[in-house]
Design a protein around this ligand. Structure first.
Ligand code: WTA
Length: 635
């Protein structure tokens, strides 16, 4: 990416205007100047937003790994592509150069081809955050297979449903994984999962923990011996712009998981462009995104976006609190990280710890710090800005979704003045609109509504694997002709966007629409509160009333609960308004969270309603045991 760098606010507005006036010209130029193609496109974009049919760079031919690897070899062959930081700080970090990564990917592609994988086949990947995860994904892309990474913390049941949905014949997993001081038997989980996966023929096993595993003759293969003898070159398969690149299942907080399908050219162009601009990426930066590659954030902003830019990207195997709660800060200091990208949930949990953990470390290499995944509350934003960014690093609060492929609304660092809890302005090419419940567009500023996007962008998912009707129904039907995000947003007096949370989290109390996010934000401002979740429950007079689940910081543990309840409501009263007061407050030790860190509100709503009958699928919860505790202590 050479040319597209937004360098001032007027420049942003200029580029934004251009991108809206003539999106074809805008994306045509970016695609033309920054990538290598076997064949140019005949048309930049073709779309039907009623039928949810979208094509970018029609008839173009390419291979994404040529763009992520081969083309860097002459100039950056010896540059580090991936820094791998292991779970245990005592184990040495690996620095993998572009030349080395290229060779590893070619070897892996040869191994996969020898196991029978062909263009268009689906390969499920269930690996921890080790280099082989990146290598396997890229190897699939090189030979044209569709990877479907399943986060290696999911249970066997969650694996089964995903493998069956995409009918994968191959799974790549490891013997085990390390997380903090635990070793987890991943192969055992796969063995259990595939008992109910008739499509699976072969399982390739990477050695990581050397834990004991059972290998089934003819089905299971160790990677090592095959990899050793595989050649280190592999001619990349020519892919059409719209050939599938990967399927990624969304977290499944509700219903059957949706296999979002991303295709090749548009996704590549969009992730590369947004990476460069949102992180102000410059040659020789060392960029670290702490997400797991099993989520879209990892796909787009650990792997494809950075590598398409020839960047150095960190893959971190561990957890923020192991061996101590300063691991993030230690790694930033150790590798001299310039851009750090993490999630509000991680920020809040580290903010609970003493500042000394942060202050112990030299974080002066940082230039840009980012947040993703959920609304960042005011307190967490300031903590991040003050203690991590030292008020010198722009906080890029990036709003986007698995479905959008890449970042949609975000400040451009050093360009867009930031505002706590606001994702601020749309990136070039992105046309957000707010819609009311009667499907009318809400114009002007200081308004809020359902967040939709008016025009397709290159990174948008093209369908739900095997179920285009569901794709259409979920995203293109509520507001015909527009992509509906499922999020609510407000637009302030200068046109900045603040994401207020999922629209289904809106609670109407006495006729007032209340977003859960601003109330949680307010509760979290109480000095004794670490985290909170608000849900609605039926109320005779108000329609709905508010029920708050609150996790206390250590300082709150010894306090009288009734006084705390009063104080919390006073804070809400002072910040959001008396209407938002919580009728019930339950102090809990943790909240039920999906493995991607999202609170499973469905369960909290049921408990608040006193309905313990059917909690639905809890297989994606990180901490299922908490459900009983919360239920038993309901107030
Ligand atoms: C939420 C993660 C507020 C939002 C990339 C969205 C956010 C959902 C933000 C997608 C943000 C993500 N501010 N909310 N900066 N980023 N979200 O698919 O509700 O795991 O719809 O993609 O996370 O989550 P997903």
């Amino acid at each position: 990416m050479k040319n597209y760098y937004i360098d001032s606010l007027p420049d942003y507005f200029k580029q934004y205007k251009k991108s809206i006036k003539n999106p074809k010209k805008f994306w045509d130029k970016i695609a033309d100047e920054n990538f290598v193609w076997y064949q140019r496109w005949s048309k930049v974009v073709e779309y039907d937003m009623q039928e949810a049919k979208i094509k970018w760079f029609k008839n173009a031919k390419l291979n994404i790994t040529k763009n992520c690897l081969d083309r860097h070899l002459s100039l950056r062959g010896e540059k580090t592509a991936i820094i791998w930081e292991p779970n245990d700080p005592g184990e040495e970090a690996q620095h993998i150069t572009y030349a080395d990564l290229h060779a590893r990917v070619c070897k892996m592609a040869n191994v996969l081809r020898d196991l029978g994988v062909k263009k268009g086949d689906r390969v499920c990947i269930y690996l921890p955050m080790i280099p082989e995860l990146a290598v396997t994904m890229l190897a699939c892309a090189r030979l044209g297979a569709v990877h479907s990474v399943i986060f290696a913390g999911f249970s066997a049941a969650a694996v089964t449903s995903r493998v069956n949905d995409c009918e994968a014949k191959w799974i790549v997993c490891s013997d085990g994984s390390y997380r903090g001081n635990k070793a987890i038997d991943l192969k055992g989980i796969i063995d259990e999962a595939v008992e109910s996966c008739p499509s699976v023929e072969k399982i390739l096993v990477v050695k990581r923990t050397s834990g004991e595993v059972t290998m089934k003759e003819g089905r299971d293969f160790w990677l090592e011996p095959l990899y050793e003898k595989a050649p280190s070159d592999f001619i990349s398969v020519i892919m059409d712009a719209e050939d599938p690149l990967f399927i990624l299942y969304t977290s499944g907080s509700t219903g059957k998981p949706k296999g979002m399908l991303h295709t090749t050219a548009g996704y590549m162009v969009y992730t590369a462009y947004t990476f460069k601009n949102v992180f102000n990426y410059q040659e020789n930066d060392i960029y670290w995104c702490t997400a797991d590659i099993g989520w879209i954030t990892g796909h787009s902003y650990i792997l494809y976006g950075p590598l398409a830019n020839g960047a150095t990207t960190v893959i971190f195997e561990g957890v923020p609190t192991y061996p101590e709660p300063d691991r993030f800060w230690e790694v930033i200091e150790k590798h001299k990280i310039t851009q750090f990208y993490t999630a509000p949930t991680a920020i809040r949990s580290l903010a609970k710890e003493s500042y000394e953990w942060v202050e112990k470390h030299d974080l002066s290499s940082l230039r840009v710090i980012g947040s993703v995944g959920e609304p960042i509350n005011d307190e967490a934003w300031h903590w991040y800005n003050d203690h991590v960014g030292k008020k010198k690093c722009p906080v890029v609060d990036t709003w986007w979704q698995t479905e959008t492929g890449g970042i949609m609304i975000s400040p451009i660092p050093f360009v867009t003045p930031t505002k706590p809890t606001y994702a601020t302005l749309p990136l070039p090419g992105i046309q957000p609109v707010l819609m009311d419940d009667k499907r009318n567009e809400i114009t002007g500023n200081q308004v809020d509504g359902n967040l939709c996007i008016r025009f397709p962008w290159p990174g948008i998912a093209r369908t739900i694997w095997g179920d285009h009707q569901r794709y259409k129904d979920t995203y293109f039907t509520a507001f015909p002709g527009k992509y509906f995000t499922g999020d609510g947003a407000l637009r302030d007096e200068v046109g900045y966007y603040r994401i207020t949370g999922r629209v289904d989290d809106v609670i109407i109390v006495s006729g007032h629409n209340l977003g859960t996010a601003p109330i949680e934000d307010s509760v979290n401002q109480h000095p004794a509160v670490a985290e909170s979740a608000i849900v609605g429950y039926p109320h005779d007079i108000k329609g709905s009333a508010l029920y708050g689940y609150v996790i206390l910081k250590d300082v709150g543990e010894s306090r009288d609960r009734e006084n705390l309840r009063k104080e919390i409501n006073q804070v809400i009263s002072d910040t959001v308004g008396p209407i938002a007061k919580l009728d019930k407050i339950q102090f809990v030790s943790a909240l039920p969270k999906t493995r991607s860190g999202k609170i499973m509100r469905r369960i909290l709503r049921k408990i608040a309603e006193g309905d313990f009958s059917n909690f639905g699928d809890t297989s994606t919860l990180l901490n299922p045991e908490i459900v009983d505790e919360i239920k038993n202590e309901r107030v």
